[in-house]
Ligand binder design. Structure first.
Ligand code: PHE
Length: 465
């Protein structure tokens, strides 16, 4: 046993050294980092409120179908591009298809990373304020209106949200600066298990509340009359955002995965973990929402207004509130590092910068855009383009345009343009794995996924409804 694992470690190290590139050192490291990227605010903050607004269980069933039917294959496509090229998202396309315009897909991913991190870090910063507010017991004795105004006055103020956002960016930058093995892998391996433990504790608390079953019923008892095209399309958009696909984050992570990793298994496991966390986040939130007679359709404020209301009424509320916002912050952090790494890897490999310089320049410039996103809740809240604030515009541009378009081009590229035997060799690790689902995978990325993604995309732009 000891001998085998020593040999394996040797092979992995040899692999990393021979390429001269930093990389993940263990299967668990890959899983923790990729699941860390996928599991984020999208699961704990966005999924429950979308589910609340889109009919509960019916939404969940559609979502599951999309993740398994399409999501896993899009993720696998990204890993294939990344690992076979061993390059950043832009360099990967340039290496695999030189002199073809496919590198533009990679470039779009770099742009998407800038945009996503700019607005994502706003919400990530809020989680830090809410850890603080929970710890100083700021919610107790407050009415719903009070909690609403705490939220509004915090998000509208000029300085505090900015400070938290910059602190969050600094932590992200620090981990990314440390590199793959000593930064991203190391911290993901600590943070992801902590996240699962916190989530389970919160589930137990929520399920032991009075009338928890009403919330569970809302989650698991589908009313199919609620399903219409907008529910389906919302589920598809959410699946992409949540799985971190469409912008090259998983191309970049894939480039650090060693050749012995089973990419299909990894894609499957990451997708399952991501979905499990979204469901568990719902299990934490809905029984509590119903138990305290609040509205599941509250929207984006669900986590920041409805939950504090629940915590302050609950025994041990301070403790559970701190845990919950800590969970949100951890989930956000393992996602922000994956987004920043997309840009940093690009700067290092294409613009020949050191990791330190690449990290400083990228996080600094993203923070500048981020400041505008944060202030679009405060000083700039009346400044609108196409009737959207800067924050909404960035969110829309990334989630409804860049990610679906990127995802579409990625599956079309792997399905129709990348050499089929190269694809097969990546999926089967040069024929050493069976690759039982290879045919299904190819069918999905050639036909099913492009069609489905096209639908979300057109819907996102309002061309098709
Ligand atoms: N998947 C992350 C979440 O659910 C967000 C993300 C999107 C991260 C795209 C990386 C790339 O919060």
């Amino acid at each position: 046993m000891g001998k085998i694992s020593n040999t394996r470690i040797f092979l992995i190290m040899a692999n990393i050294e021979s390429s001269g590139r930093d990389g993940f050192t263990s299967k668990f490291g890959v899983l923790a980092a990729a699941a860390g990227s996928a599991i984020g605010l999208g699961n704990v903050w966005r999924f429950p409120y979308l589910m609340g607004q889109n009919g509960g269980a019916a939404f969940l069933i559609i979502y599951l179908g999309i993740v398994l039917g399409i999501g896993v294959s899009v993720m696998l496509s990204e890993f294939i591009i990344g690992r076979s090229a061993g390059q950043n998202a832009y360099g990967a396309f340039k290496k695999l298809s030189p002199k073809k315009p496919w590198f533009l897909v990679g470039f779009m991913g770099i742009v998407a990373a800038f945009v996503i991190l700019a607005f994502y870090s706003t919400i990530a910063g809020w989680t830090l304020e809410y850890i603080y507010l929970s710890a100083v017991d700021a919610f107790s004795g407050k009415s719903s209106d009070d909690l609403q105004s705490i939220f509004v006055s915090f998000t509208q103020s000029d300085i505090r949200p900015l400070i938290w956002q910059l602190i969050f960016m600094a932590i992200t930058a620090w981990i990314v600066y440390l590199g793959i093995q000593k930064g991203i892998e190391k911290y993901s391996k600590i943070l992801m298990p902590s996240l699962f433990i916190i989530l389970l504790i919160l589930c137990v608390r929520s399920l032991t509340l009075e009338n928890a079953s009403v919330g569970l019923n809302f989650m698991f008892n589908p009313d199919f009359s609620k399903i219409d095209s907008s529910v389906i399309l919302n589920a598809l958009g959410q699946a992409f955002f949540s799985l971190s696909v469409g912008m090259g984050a998983l191309i970049t992570y894939g480039s650090y995965v060693n050749k012995s990793n089973n990419l299909s298994n990894t894609s499957f496991q990451v997708s399952i973990a991501d979905t499990l966390v979204a469901i568990l986040a719902g299990v934490v939130i809905f029984p509590a929402v119903f138990s305290f007679g609040l509205d599941p359709k509250e929207g984006p404020g669900l986590a920041f207004v409805v939950l504090p209301n629940i915590f302050q009424q609950m025994t041990g509320g301070v403790f559970f509130a701190v845990l919950f916002f800590l969970l949100l912050a951890i989930a956000a952090l393992t996602s922000t590092i994956s987004v920043l790494e997309v840009v940093v890897a690009y700067f290092i490999e294409e613009l020949k910068m050191s990791r330190l310089k690449a990290t400083i320049i990228s996080s600094f410039s993203i923070s500048i855009i981020g400041v505008f996103c944060t202030l679009s809740f405060g000083a700039f809240r009346n400044f609108k383009i196409f009737e959207k604030t800067i924050f909404d515009l960035m969110d829309f541009f990334a989630s409804n345009i860049l990610l679906p378009l990127g995802g579409l081009l990625i599956v079309v590229y792997v399905g129709w343009f990348l050499n089929l035997s190269l694809v097969k060799s990546e999926v089967t690790n040069e024929g050493t794995l069976k690759g039982r689902f290879f045919g299904v995978f190819i069918f999905i990325i050639r036909f099913v996924a492009p069609l489905a993604i096209m639908l979300v995309f057109l819907n996102g732009l309002g061309i098709f409804n």
